[in-house]
Design a protein around this ligand. Structure first.
Ligand code: FES
Length: 141
């Protein structure tokens, strides 16, 4: 069996939503201290809906595929739904990642949560304190 699914290869070769959103409503950046990879997510939000999302990932193929898939999964969705996105769901949507590459999908979940937290803070909106805890280590690089 191939190490990577066709979906992983597809999203790695043709990543969706790559880029930067100027004047984004929320930006989240996370890094993995061990591998040194960095992921940045930009959100455009209107009425609690993610109307646009872009990413920049300086990282491995699995991290790029995870960012691409994760952005596709939250585009057009309400914030509440995006907050529920788990790295497991991203990995499953990619038809699986090798066990030693699962941490790459964690970056995607964390970057999205961090970007939403940034949006809440910029707008002085109330949020679940658990979100802050989840993002406490997000700035580690
Ligand atoms: Fe670092 Fe994949 S090896 S995110």
């Amino acid at each position: 069996m191939a190490l990577y699914s066709e979906k992983v290869m597809d999203h790695f070769r043709n990543p969706r939503n790559v880029g930067v959103i100027e004047n984004a409503d929320g930006v989240g950046e996370v890094g993995n201290a061990k591998c040194g990879d960095i992921m940045k997510i930009y959100l455009k939000i209107e009425n609690d809906i993610i109307v646009d999302v872009k990413f920049e990932t300086f990282g491995c193929g699995s991290a790029i595929a995870s960012s691409s898939m994760a952005t596709e999964m939250i585009k057009g969705k309400p914030l509440s739904q995006a907050l529920e996105l788990t790295n497991k769901a991203v990995a499953e949507a990619l038809d699986g990642l090798p066990a030693h590459k699962l941490h790459c999908s964690v970056l995607a979940e964390e970057a999205i949560k961090n970007a939403i937290l940034d949006y809440y803070k910029r707008n002085n909106l109330p949020y679940d304190p658990a979100l802050e805890e989840a993002c406490a280590h997000c700035d580690e690089e």
